[in-house]
Write a protein that binds this ligand. Structure first.
Ligand SMILES: NC(=O)N[C@@H](CC(=O)O)C(=O)O
Ligand SMILES: [Zn+2]
Ligand SMILES: [Zn+2]
Length: 346
């Protein structure tokens, strides 16, 4: 029997939603993760420090008795964001990043940024105080093929921005391409990238070949196999530029299994077991703790968590509920499509 022990992990990109959905999904994350960077794409979005503090209170109120979890808050960058509010938010110690959604790029991104020049005063403030910018790195130009939108974002938005403001600290969220892997590798210490669990497991065939599988549809959409392999090499490389951001994104089944289905994979429940499986396949189990527990805190300038979590490889496969039952409706748990034997110990 094989066993591994990790410093308690963190999730550097998570969607918790609000209200009844928040209550249903929060325990799935808090069971295994000590902290998470909580995405601000609520309706209406979490824009100001006051919004973030109120949302943080709702998250803590939704946490079941006996569980501990620290939400690391983010602000949703809009063209009306006030640099002084961002500076106060950073000084509060409770807001750890600002999130850039190009308007129209993904779920609830309508209030995002259309013209980067309008947010330059905010970005200059963030560069000065060292507050990271988390990016949903896809262009929204309908002329650009959806499979190219990340690479085009890097060339036409991110690289020019970083040349203009090299001190700005940037996290490329949920990278999905070899171009993303390469750009993050060469970006120096002000740049990092999160990688999701599902993008290490599925490529675009999983979504489209032999029938359309809406529960594998997320944004950025999974790409061809060579990109998945590049992500696996990056995640298991030991390079501190890369760390885990699950992008676990619950949507009720009725909205996933729909003529115009929502983007998002819900992986909070089984992420750690899946990651152990992937890292073992890559012969890199010893590097799992860097990815889940050390590289993220190093970038965000936070301590590594004091507690630990153990996983054990057993002959019998893990079992998970097929769905989480939230009051607004069931949420399908990500199905990797193969048996997984790494059990998280209670
Ligand atoms: N990743 C997704 O496919 N969906 C996310 C938004 C996002 O992270 O882009 C969501 O909020 O549902
Ligand atoms: Zn995103
Ligand atoms: Zn996300």
């Amino acid at each position: 029997m094989q066993r591994i022990t990790l410093p308690r992990p963190d999730d550097w990109h998570l969607h918790l939603r609000d209200g009844a959905m928040l209550r249903a999904v929060l325990p799935e994350t808090a069971r295994h993760f000590a902290r998470a960077i909580v995405m601000p794409n609520l309706v209406p979005p979490v824009v100001t420090l006051d919004d973030a503090l109120a949302y943080r209170d709702r998250i803590l109120a939704a946490l079941p008795e006996g569980m501990s979890f620290q939400p690391l808050m983010t602000l949703y960058l809009t063209e009306g964001t006030d640099p002084a509010d961002v500076e106060r938010a950073a000084a509060s110690g409770l807001v750890k990043a600002v999130k850039l959604y190009p308007a129209g790029a993904t779920t609830n991104s309508q209030s995002g940024v259309r013209d980067l020049t309008r947010v330059m005063p905010v970005l200059e403030t963030m560069a000065r105080i060292g507050l990271p910018l988390c990016t949903h790195g896809e262009v929204t130009d309908p002329q650009v093929d959806i499979f190219d939108r990340e690479a085009v974002f890097i060339d036409t938005v991110l690289a020019p921005l970083r040349r203009r403001l090299p001190e700005l600290r940037v996290v490329m969220e949920h990278i999905t391409t070899e171009e993303g892997v390469a750009y993050a590798a060469g970006g120096g210490e002000n740049l990092a990238a999160t990688i999701t669990t599902h993008h290490l497991i599925i490529n675009r065939n999983h979504i489209l070949a032999g029938g359309i599988r809406p529960h594998y549809y997320c944004l950025p959409v999974a790409k061809r196999e060579k990109h998945r392999l590049a992500l696996r090499r990056a995640a298991t490389s030991g390079n501190p530029r890369y760390f885990l951001g699950t992008d676990s994104a619950p949507h009720v089944d009725a909205l996933k299994e729909h003529a115009c289905g929502c983007a998002g994979c819900f992986t909070a429940t089984n992420t750690l077991s899946l990651l152990a499986h992937v890292f073992e396949e890559e012969g890199a189990l010893d590097r799992l703790e860097g990815f889940t527990s050390r590289h993220g805190p190093a970038f965000y300038r936070l301590p590594v968590n004091a507690g630990t979590i153990a996983l054990e490889k057993r002959a019998e496969p893990c079992t998970w509920p097929e769905k989480i039952h939230a009051e607004p409706g069931p949420v399908t748990v990500f199905n990797p499509g193969f048996p997984v034997h790494w059990h998280v110990l209670p």
